[in-house]
Design a protein around this ligand. Sequence first.
Ligand code: MN
Length: 324
Amino acid sequence: MDGKIGLEEHFAIAETLEDSKGFVGDSVWPELESRLLDIQEKRLRLMDAHGMELMLLSLNAPAVQGIPDPKRAAEIARRANDFLAREVAKRPTRFQGLAALAMQDPDEATRELRRCVKELGFRGALVNGFSQIRDPDSMVYLDDARYRGFWAELEKLDVPFYLHPRNPLPSAAQIYEGHPWLLGPTWAFGQETAVHALRLMASGLFDAHPRIQIILGHMGEGLPYSIWRVDNRNAWTQQPPRYPAKRKLGEYFRENFYVTTSGNFRTQTLIDAILELGADRIMFSTDWPFENIDHAALWFDAAAIAEADRAKIGRGNAVRLFKL
Ligand code: MN
């Protein structure tokens, strides 16, 4: 299919490059490094070769979220956003931007989001899970009360928020001890991000701000497969859930969340997501440069789904959501 749009597509700046190094072996790093630093050359050639018209670009992970000093985090976010704005300006029909935000300082993050949307023309924000704030061993999640003003502004600006994975800190990763292969995209990313999303749903955020739209990658980090059980629990006990939100979590999932195909090129999984969320809430993405554009595109173009759904997922939903 031509005209595909991808929205979990990453780059790095010199200051954040090293954050991606641990995810691949030494022999592969030179290739990943060159992919992360390139925007206008190899990336564009691959997009052309595989029917990808547009990428919404975002910084690598954990990057800004992993910088405990709030001032430094804000500085790196601004630097990355300014760099991205210059790259987008070179080819605005092929690239658009998602803001990096220093959630270490909620007021600063709110100001930077406004600047990115109003002045730089960015289409939304992408944040890599929890933030370390001052104490490198802290993990502050986005359902924290300190973010109320941020979420109000996001709703007002009417732009989507991509909740992107990061690994749990070693102090919170006991379950993975002795099994480092489970970290990263294999399992820990999905686990971490799914729980974060459930925290947001249960917090009452979407009762206060019903227009907020959160995007999850990797076909929803396992949630389409599990959300029914989250709400069902032990139905025979008939006990109301003990969380602040007013409704079943699946209702927020279907009304306040989108998922993308990034790094999860599996038709069975896509069909499950379609059955849970509907084809209007799924969007194509590759997760370049950690995944290959050809792997994503060749799978998606041939996946056994309705052509009308392919058109929505490959392009139409992103055009509508991001007002492209
Ligand atoms: Mn990614």
